[in-house]
Design a binder for this molecule. Sequence first.
Ligand SMILES: Nc1ncnc2c1ncn2[C@@H]1O[C@H](COP(=O)(O)OP(=O)(O)OP(=O)(O)O)[C@@H](O)[C@H]1O
Ligand SMILES: [Mg+2]
Length: 322
Amino acid sequence: MSRLQVVSGKGGTGKTTVAAALALALATEGRRTLLVEVEGRQGIAQLFETEALPYEERKIAVAPGGGEVYALAIDAERALLDYLQMFYKLGAAGRALKKLGAIDFATTIAPGVRDVLLTGKACEAVRRKDGAGRFVYDHVVMDAPPTGRVTRFLNVNDEVAGLARMGPVHHQAQSVMRVIKSPETAVHLVTLLEEMPVQETADGVAELRAAGLPVGDVLVNMVRPRLLDEDAVRAAAGDRRAGVARALAAAGVSGPERLVDPLLAQAAEHARRVELEREQREALAKLRTPVRELPLLGGGVDLAGLYHLARTLRRDLGVSDA
Ligand SMILES: Nc1ncnc2c1ncn2[C@@H]1O[C@H](COP(=O)(O)OP(=O)(O)OP(=O)(O)O)[C@@H](O)[C@H]1O
Ligand SMILES: [Mg+2]
C-alpha cells in the first residue's frame, strides 16, 4: 500500500468522505494515519463532528483494533511560515512578515508557490520519522483538489519551474516530486456511476498518466443496490401488463389494476438505471485501473456510516482486519 494516498475526483462525488474512510481503513492494528485537507474548507472537522481543525495534527478517531487517525487542515500561510522557519530560521521575523502582508502576497500571487507549500507539508508528514527511526505515520491520506485541478496541483515542479530555478523553493519542489512520482504515492479518483463523472474520471486518468503521476484506484461511490436480477430487469423492460395483473391477483392484492401501471413504471425506471450503470462500468473497466465500489448510505454519512465505508474498503483492499 502506498504511503501517500491522494484522493481526487469530480466535485461533490464524495472525495472528503472517501478520503476519511480510507484513512480509517488503513489505520488497523495499531497503525497511524494522517488525513490532510488542503482547501481550507474544514470538511474533515464537519465529517467527524468536531470543531474546526487548527493548524496542528490532532487525533480525531480511533479505528477498530487500536489504530489512530490524525487530521490536519493545511493552511498555505502557516505552511509558508514553517518553511521560512526551516530554511531561514525566521521565527519572529516570519511573524513580522505576516503582519506586513508579505505572506498574502506570496500565497495569492504565486499559486505555484502556494501548491508547493501544501504538497510539501503533506510530503514532510510522509517522510517524518520518530527518534527510533520509524515513520510517524504509516499512511498519509490527502483530501485533494478536484480532478480538473489535481494534476497541476501535484505537478509542482512544472509550476514553480519558471519561478525559481534554484534556491530552496526549487529544492522543495524537487523533493516533493520525488515523493509524488514514486510508488510511495497513489492518486485515486472518486466517481459516481453516471456519465459526467465517469467521463471526467477518464480524462483525469489520462491527464495524470501523461504527467507521469501514479494513478491508483477508481473509487465508485454511492453505488445503489441492485433490486432485480437479470431476468427481472429484462421482463421489466418489456410490456408485461397482463402478467403483472395476474400475479397481483394471485397474491391476493385487491384492486390490482390500479397498481399495475405505477409498478411497471418503477420497474422500467430501475431497468433503465441498471442499463446505464452497466455502460458506465464498462467505460471504467477500459481505464485499466482497479475499480472499487462503495455503497450509497441511506440517510447520508454519519460517523457510523464512515466506519461502515471503512470496513468495505478494508475488505476490498485486503488490509488485514484487526
Ligand atoms: N457513500 C455515500 N452514501 C451517501 N451519501 C454520501 C456518500 N458519500 C458521500 N455522501 C454525501 O455526499 C455529499 C458530498 O460528499 P463529500 O463532501 O465527501 O464530497 P466532496 O467530493 O468532498 O465534495 P466537494 O467537491 O464539495 O469537496 C455529502 O453530503 C456526503 O455526506
Ligand atoms: Mg470535499
